[in-house]
Design a protein around this ligand. Structure first.
Ligand code: 48H
Length: 257
C-alpha cells in the first residue's frame, strides 16, 4: 500500500472538485436544515449548487432537537418534505409530528449530496463579492481553522449567480452586505433588524411568508430570515426551516430562468 497515493487521491480529488465549484449557479452559506433542504431542491432541478459550512459537521442547530432532547417537531405542511427525504415521523397530537433529529440531519445531508449538490465543510464565508451592477456575485472563503487560529491569511473567492444566506440566527452574509454597502437591504431599516423573542406560530408563519431576495443576488432561508426581518424565533419546531429551504430553492430556480 502506497501512503503517497492515498494522499494524492485525497488532495487531487478535493482540489479538482473545489475548483469545479468556484463558478456556480447558486452558493449557499451554511449547511443547517434550511441550507441542506435548499441544496437538495436546487440540485434536483439540475442547478449547479455548492454549500459552504463553517463547522466540521453539517446540520447546524438540528442535532440537539430541543434542549438536547434529540427530537424535532414539524407541522402538517412540512411532513411531506420529511417523507420525501425518507425520514420517519410519528404523529404526537393532530398536526404535530415528531422525528429523530439525528436521522433527519443524516437524511438531509445524504439526499442533498445524492441530488448533486456539493458540500464543503470547514470552510467559512467571510465576505461577499459585489459587482458593478450592484448585486451579490459570489462569496469570499477561508478555512475555518484560519479564523479559529486568528491567522492573518488572505481568503479566496468564488462566483455564483445567486447566494443564499442559510447561516441561521446570525444571518452572517446579510450582515456583511448591510455593513459593506450601507443599510440597503430589503428590510424596514435597510439593516439586519434582529430576531424577536420566541413565538412559534408567528415565527413560522412570518418566515415562510417572507422568503425572497434581501438584496439583488442575495436570498435568505431559515432562521436567517427571522433575523433579517425582525421576526420571532420559534424554538425546536423545524417545519419552517424545511419549507423555507424548499421555497428559496424554487424562487431561485425561477430567478435563474
Ligand atoms: C459558513 C456558516 C457561517 C459562515 C454560519 O443555525 P442553522 O441550523 O440554520 P437554519 O436556519 O438552517 O436552522 C435554524 C435552526 O437550526 C434553529 O436554530 C432554530 C429553528 N432555532 C429556533 C430558536 O428559537 O432558537 O445552521 C446554520 C449553519 C451552521 O451549521 C453554521 O455553522 C453555518 O450555518 N454557518 N457557514 N460560513 N459565515 N455562519
Amino acid at each position: 500500500m502506497d501512503d503517497v497515493i492515498i494522499s494524492k487521491a485525497i488532495t487531487q480529488s478535493f482540489t479538482d472538485e473545489f475548483m469545479n465549484y468556484l463558478d456556480v449557479d447558486v452558493a449557499i452559506a451554511g449547511a443547517g436544515p434550511s441550507g441542506l433542504t435548499a441544496g437538495y431542491y436546487l440540485a434536483r432541478k439540475g442547478i449547479k449548487t455548492v454549500i459552504y459550512e463553517r463547522k466540521l459537521s453539517i446540520g447546524g442547530g438540528m442535532w440537539g432537537g430541543g434542549m438536547m432532547f434529540n427530537r424535532i417537531v414539524v407541522q402538517d405542511e412540512a411532513r411531506p418534505i420529511l417523507d420525501e427525504m425518507g425520514v420517519a415521523t410519528v404523529e404526537y397530537e393532530p398536526g404535530y409530528y415528531v422525528a429523530d433529529a439525528v436521522a433527519t440531519v443524516s437524511a438531509l445531508g445524504y439526499q442533498c449530496i445524492k441530488a448533486g449538490a456539493r458540500i464543503f465543510n470547514l470552510v467559512s464565508v467571510e465576505d461577499v463579492m459585489i459587482r458593478e451592477d450592484d448585486r451579490v456575485a459570489g462569496l469570499v472563503l477561508n478555512w475555518s481553522a484560519v479564523g479559529m487560529a486568528n491567522l492573518h491569511v488572505d481568503p479566496l473567492s468564488m462566483k455564483s449567480r445567486f447566494v443564499i444566506d442559510a447561516t441561521g440566527h446570525d444571518a452572517e452574509v446579510c450582515r456583511i452586505v448591510a455593513r459593506k454597502i450601507g443599510a440597503r437591504l430589503n428590510t424596514s431599516t435597510g439593516e439586519v433588524v434582529g430576531e424577536k423573542p420566541m413565538w412559534a406560530e408567528h415565527g413560522e408563519r412570518d418566515l415562510v411568508a417572507k422568503v425572497g431576495e434581501v438584496y439583488p443576488g442575495l436570498l435568505a432561508s431559515g432562521m436567517a430570515v427571522n433575523a433579517v426581518y425582525g421576526y420571532p424565533r420559534m424554538g425546536p419546531i423545524f417545519g419552517g426551516m424545511l419549507i423555507s429551504g424548499k421555497q428559496v430553492a424554487e424562487l431561485t430556480a425561477e430567478l435563474l430562468k
